[in-house]
Design a protein around this ligand. Structure first.
Ligand SMILES: Nc1ncnc2c1ncn2[C@@H]1O[C@H](COP(=O)(O)OP(=O)(O)O)[C@@H](O)[C@H]1O
Ligand SMILES: [Mg+2]
Length: 218
């Protein structure tokens, strides 16, 4: 089957506010692509590597540890640098589809638009941490802030999720601004239907890019 011959990798990221369905849909897309005999790796940020998972624990599941937005920023970028070198770039080089649950846009929206750190500075740090690697496709799952938070809450809040609702509204607005700025890369999918319906829309976007790239590299 043609899909087996993909030579060059495809990098897909999932973004969006808390509880929008990133983890659910990233996993479902990976399973779907594997079912089509496409070599696919699923990972997440912060995390995905041993160092990254330790940083994740500190960022999301530590209690009684105060951190400024700048401290958070450097920790996210440290985990990012590690996952790019250890997992994402080798995967892409080997021709895999690499799916990452959150990436650089999350830092722009959380620590930047919501946390108040200069967006340009975050952009520069993102460039350094990733060696200027950009996703081929970013699926932005957009959900109303209150709905998303109540879905996330059902699993117990982590450190970022515990921030006040105004913070999360700024995150969502930030994502929508980024989508307007990079319409070629970021595709917005409104999460207002069933999981199955949303996944159909996700697959539609992913198939376009996976098979377009494939044709170019055949
Ligand atoms: N259309 C939908 N797409 C994704 N998740 C949905 C949808 N409708 C309801 N949900 C529920 O919302 C939750 C999303 O959780 P999750 O995938 O962990 O989100 P995130 O990783 O973005 O925080 C899940 O419990 C899921 O069952
Ligand atoms: Mg998740």
């Amino acid at each position: 089957m043609a899909q087996k011959n993909i030579k060059k990798g495809v990098f897909i990221t999932f973004e969006g506010p808390e509880g929008c369905g990133k983890t659910t849909h990233a996993q479902a897309l990976c399973d779907f692509l594997k079912g089509k005999q496409i070599d696919c790796v699923l990972t997440r940020e912060p995390g995905g590597t041993k160092a990254g998972e330790e940083i994740r624990r500190l960022l999301l599941h530590s209690s009684g540890i105060e951190m400024t937005s700048l401290t958070e920023l450097f920790l996210f970028e440290a985990a990012r640098s590690q996952i790019v070198d250890e997992l994402i770039k080798p995967g892409l080089k080997a021709g895999k589809v690499v799916i990452c649950d959150r990436f650089t846009d999350a830092t722009i929206c959380y620590q930047g638009y919501a946390g108040g750190i200069d967006i340009g500075s975050i952009g520069s740090l993102n460039e350094v941490a990733t060696g200027a690697l950009k996703p081929d496709l970013t699926i932005l799952l957009d959900v109303d802030t209150a709905t998303g938070l109540s879905r996330a809450m059902s699993k117990g809040f982590d450190r970022m999720e515990k921030k006040e609702i105004g913070y999360h509204k700024k995150v969502r607005d930030g994502y929508l601004k980024l989508a307007k700025k990079y319409p070629e890369r970021i595709k917005v999918i409104k999460v207002d239907g069933s999981i199955e319906y949303t996944q159909t829309l996700v697959r539609r976007e992913a198939e376009k890019i996976v098979f377009r790239k494939h044709k170019r590299t055949k």
